[in-house]
Design a protein around this ligand. Structure first.
Ligand code: ADP
Ligand code: ADP
Length: 229
């Protein structure tokens, strides 16, 4: 069973048709990169996967739960599917360590010792061990994004969604974040990544999905996609 499966999904913002007949499957451990012009629906597409945007028609199965079904518990989906945003969305009034520990404590009821141990391990793996007691405003953009990634991983998600994770970063910080993402991919995480970083797509993606005007125009193996025509 795919981790994520869109079947004939339609999404409207009022009268605006934002997603048109979306059919897409993401298998366990796959990395799918979504590209396309600004306004083509990339962000909308991945936001539907954890219920940040509702769909109007079709079926969207995430870990077997149907997001088109109003009875589906979005909290369950969000526990299983993490999201990394362009603008980090960290809690500004909490330290780095507190940012990581909050959701596992509240949502998973993970005990304090285990929670802290997991958090510190993750902060080390993303290279910000020295910032555990800092507040987000004391970090660079690249550090903030690596903390945001660690925070998502702390929930031990079954899949991670990335919405232009490097678009708000200064150029010299982009590689640090992409390298962390590459490592997560290597470890087998199921990932859907909206990005303009074609080097990342070429190196890491299993498949590349090209969107335009709310439609998927191409869904190809990365090797095929990057092959000269
Ligand atoms: P992309 O991520 O490819 O830039 P988006 O998914 O952000 O595209 O947006 C797709 C289209 O939907 C755009 O035309 C955008 O203006 C429109 N849109 C996005 N969010 C909303 C919203 N909340 N209300 C109305 N229109 C929206
Ligand atoms: P991003 O850079 O993350 O794609 P956008 O600037 O496209 O952000 O959108 C920022 C917010 O505004 C989003 O929550 C999106 O849903 C909303 N939005 C985007 N386009 C429109 C629109 N045409 N009408 C109303 N809301 C919109």
């Amino acid at each position: 069973m795919p981790v994520i499966e869109f079947k004939k999904v339609e999404k409207y913002y009022g009268k605006f048709h934002a997603l048109k007949n979306i059919n897409l499957q993401v298998e366990k451990g796959e990395v799918v990169v979504v590209i396309g012009p600004s306004g083509s629906g990339k962000s909308t597409l991945i936001r539907t996967i954890n219920g940040l945007e509702e769909i109007e028609e079709g079926q969207l199965l995430v870990n077997g739960y149907d997001l088109a079904d109003k009875k589906t518990d979005l909290n369950q989906i969000r526990k299983d599917v993490g999201m990394v945003f362009q603008h980090f969305n960290l809690y500004d009034n909490k330290t780095v360590l507190e940012n990581i520990m909050l959701a596992p404590k509240l949502v998973l009821k993970r005990n304090e010792n285990e929670n802290k141990e997991t958090a510190l391990k993750l902060l080390k793996s993303v290279g910000v061990s020295d910032k555990t007691a800092s507040y987000p405003k004391q970090l660079s953009g690249g550090q903030k994004q690596r903390v945001a990634i660690a925070r998502s991983l702390a929930m031990k998600p079954k899949a991670l969604l990335f919405d232009e994770p490097t678009s708000a970063l200064d150029p010299e910080m982009i590689d640090d974040v992409l390298n962390v993402m590459k490592e997560i991919a290597r470890e087998g995480m199921t990932m859907v990544v909206v990005t303009h970083e074609m080097g990342f797509a070429r190196e890491v993606a299993d498949r590349v999905v090209f969107m335009d005007k709310g439609e998927i125009l191409e869904d190809a193996h990365a090797d095929e996609f990057f092959e000269a025509p």
